[in-house]
Design a binder for this molecule. Structure first.
Ligand code: SF4
Length: 135
């Protein structure tokens, strides 16, 4: 049996707390807060303490879903992205860019959130962009 700990950053929000993911034989089994981390000083909120549970959950989505004939079905990333690009273009042509809104996530990095707002403003032409942290 091989026990390991790996220092990493919580993906749940922008605070950036650090913890050690505990693994046994390559399977994630627990979370231990990092005492030395300057952000959280050995503390975690309830989401951080339980972060290891979602990684291996059988309920986790692993591919895009598209609604077809009223049912969600798994599709390839190419099909999902082609569908999304085509629909955004159709909506923009029919109703204008402000008929489209983008919703960012606290789980993205600053760089990814920057790129999302850049795509909204420069590529689509809308300032309709918000963030889940405002909910
Ligand atoms: S442990 Fe809680 S406060 Fe810290 S980064 Fe994760 S979600 Fe945010």
């Amino acid at each position: 049996m091989e026990y390991k700990t790996t220092l990493t950053t919580c993906p749940y929000c922008g605070c950036g707390c650090n913890f050690y993911l505990e693994t046994v034989d390559g399977r994630i089994v627990g979370t231990t807060p990092a005492q030395e981390a300057p952000v959280n000083h050995g503390r975690l909120c309830v989401k951080g303490w339980n972060v290891h549970e979602f990684v291996q959950s059988p309920k986790r989505l692993k591919s895009p879903l598209l609604r077809k004939d009223g049912r969600l079905v798994e599709v390839s990333w190419d099909e999902a992205l082609e569908f999304t690009a085509r629909r955004l273009q159709e909506i923009k042509e029919q109703d204008g860019p402000d008929a489209i809104a983008f919703f960012a996530s606290a789980k993205l990095t600053n760089e990814e959130n920057y790129l999302l707002q850049k795509m909204a403003r420069a590529a689509v032409g809308t300032h309709n962009i918000d963030h889940c942290a405002r909910l």
